[in-house]
Design a binder for this molecule. Structure first.
Ligand code: NI
Ligand code: MN
Length: 225
């Protein structure tokens, strides 16, 4: 399993020959100007919630690639109405896809589309694929629900928001790392806007002092699990 950071909360996940994108927000992110969405491959696009900084490039990429949008019922239906292949899910549900199992799990946040219409309830994803398990938290507060995850799924990597203001900040993300029993964390949802700028050295030091590893990637950087 290969995971690539495309800036903000945008990820690429490659499992065997299958390409998955998560929350593509690239053309609206000046920091991601070197990423060309027309070069991104996608068989599936996972969407955690309907906020613009998570869905901006979903329609264009899905229409070009024919990718299947996987999200909550409301978001999947929205893309279905645009003629896009989709797979609706809802909280607590899981499905065996050709690349592995996906479970849509709770997040504490909101989920309106850019025009204010209802985008269902926000979530995160547990992906079990290729003998590796990852948790993509989406935009979320720290929540006790995270403690349910390791009861069912041992995690190899967790991708947590760390930018504060709209989501967890560093201290809550460290606590989340305890809740999910995973010490290997890739931080996301930071630095894109003024509200979520972080001190990288301080963030890494705080994780290190708690015997955890916080990775902060450059845009385009990858990890192989
Ligand atoms: Ni959001
Ligand atoms: Mn967001």
């Amino acid at each position: 399993m290969k995971i690539t950071f495309y800036g903000h909360a945008s990820l690429g996940i490659q499992i065997n020959t299958i390409n998955i994108l998560v929350d593509p927000f690239i053309t609206g992110n000046p920091k991601a100007k070197d990423i060309d969405i027309d070069n991104l491959q996608a068989d599936f696009i996972l969407v955690t919630h309907a906020h613009q900084d998570h869905i901006l490039d979903v329609e264009a990429i899905a229409k070009r690639t024919g990718a299947t949008v996987v999200s909550n019922y409301e978001i999947a239906t929205y893309y279905g109405n645009l003629g896009i292949e989709n797979h609706p899910m809802n909280h607590g549900g899981k499905w065996d896809f050709e690349f592995g199992t996906v479970k849509y799990v709770n997040a504490i946040h909101t989920s309106s589309f850019p025009d204010g219409s209802y985008g269902g309830q926000p979530g995160g994803f547990i992906i079990e694929g290729e003998h590796k398990n990852i948790y993509i938290a989406g935009d979320t507060a720290l929540t006790f629900d995270m403690k349910l995850i390791p009861l069912q799924t041992p995690l190899d990597l967790a991708i947590l928001p760390i930018g504060d203001n709209f989501t967890m900040g560093i201290d809550d993300a460290i606590m989340a790392s305890d809740f999910i029993e995973c010490d290997k964390i890739l931080g996301y949802h930071f630095d894109t806007f003024g509200y979520i700028e972080i001190d990288h050295d301080e963030a890494k030091r705080k994780f290190f002092e708690n015997n955890k590893d916080l990775m902060l990637f450059e845009i385009g950087e990858s990890i192989e699990l």
